[in-house]
Design a protein around this ligand. Structure first.
Ligand SMILES: [Zn+2]
Length: 201
């Protein structure tokens, strides 16, 4: 069994400060398989991690998982999905109903492989619940993830599942996973904003 946290940012995101080497050590220690999903770039290539990207589209953010190459942001949702599929990668809808973020998806009428029904950084739980209801209605594989921007957040939420050897097996095992869901302090979002300002300066 392994803890899979499919939504983690490193210092290569403007609002995060996780060092990839520290992340690797931390994940090894706590038996976590991380997906690295930096904002609009695929920079970190790490062993024992799923390579991904949180891509801003014209209608909100989508995560590509198991990517080989980065995907340009600010395309339409359709074009972004095409580019993810071209790489034979998977589509994850992050915090899909969290209207507190300007970056949240504006529509949900596209094919997603996985939906985040719990995101540790969502402030109001009704937005997570809405994602869970949507997943139930549409029969979409669920996950819970930390959306970590700081090392202390990594693994706050995760899917506890059997190990896998292919993307197909990954999806199968994820669909049977036990989701561990723990909220992280709202103050971390403020810390992220401060980091963003500092990096811009
Ligand atoms: Zn994120």
């Amino acid at each position: 069994m392994i803890k899979v946290d499919l939504h983690i940012h490193t210092k290569y995101s403007p609002d995060a400060n996780i060092d990839p080497l520290m992340l690797a050590k931390y994940c090894q220690k706590y038996n976590i398989l991380p997906a690295i999903t930096d904002h609009n770039r695929l920079k970190v290539k790490m062993r024992n991690a799923i390579m991904g990207e949180e891509i801003m589209t014209k209608e909100g953010e989508i995560i590509g998982l198991f990517l080989n190459e980065g995907i340009r942001p600010h395309l339409s949702i359709e074009e972004t999905l095409d580019r993810i599929r071209e790489q034979d990668a998977l589509v994850l809808a992050p915090h899909p109903f969290d209207i507190m973020r300007h970056s949240t998806l504006k529509r949900h009428d596209f094919k997603m492989d996985i939906i985040e029904v719990f995101n540790s950084r969502v402030i109001f739980q009704k937005f997570n619940r809405r994602a869970n209801e949507f997943a139930n209605r549409n029969n979409i594989i669920k996950t819970a993830s930390s959306d970590a921007h700081f090392l202390s957040e990594v693994g706050s939420s995760y899917a506890y599942m059997d190990e896998f050897h292919s993307k197909k097996e990954f999806l199968q095992n994820l669909s049977r996973a036990r989701l561990v869901m723990r909220k992280t302090p709202n103050l971390n979002k403020v810390r992220s904003m401060i980091i963003k300002w500092k990096k811009r300066a």
